[in-house]
Design a protein around this ligand. Sequence first.
Ligand code: HEM
Length: 197
Amino acid sequence: MEQTFKHLVALTGLSAQDYKILQNTAAQTQPWADEIVKVFYDILFNYAPTAHIFKTGERTERETVLHTWYLKVTTGKLDRQFWRRIWLVGSVHIARGVTNPLMLGMMSQIQQRFLHKCLQTFEVKQAEQVYNAFKRITDIVAALIADSYLTSHRIEAIEKVKTKKRMENSLLLWNHLITAPDVDEENHDGKVVEASH
Ligand code: HEM
């Protein structure tokens, strides 16, 4: 995870300045939380392939999680713990059938809505700065979620191969035992005694 994070910071160009920009504009961007969260879940609940992922009565809980996440991002105070937690989201999503294309599509929605609000709120140069800071951070979030999803899949696949190999080895051993020549029970050094014909 550490190496992946380093690559993402280097390639997106995320800098301390971005965190500062979000900190300085939190008073304006945080009140957008309710609208962004509502749009996010309206889309997911009105689209059959994603609506069925949710359990009955789960919407409030999901909205609270996303609301908290959005408020945290827009504080611009993102510590190691925040990034570590993000890296686990992919494996949580796997368990619920939330694939990376679904997650990426919705990250795009959040970013589009955030840009729209920036353009309504700030003059163009500042809107670009605030949006770019948010975009760099949320692109890294999406990449880490995707990476943790794929890593969990890889681990699962390796485990499956290991289990298959273990089963094959057991079968081979079993096969060997039932077809092996008799071992003389008196012969404690385990030498194989040729079967007499
Ligand atoms: C912008 C994209 C997304 C972000 C940032 C995000 C973030 C999160 C976070 C932070 C959690 C909580 C993980 C934890 O317990 O620590 C979570 C859980 C969950 N997310 Fe997402 N998510 C995204 C997209 C989606 C999409 C597109 C869906 C559905 C189609 C979805 C469905 C869920 C579900 C069902 C859980 C609960 C898993 C469980 O605890 O059983 N998420 N997500």
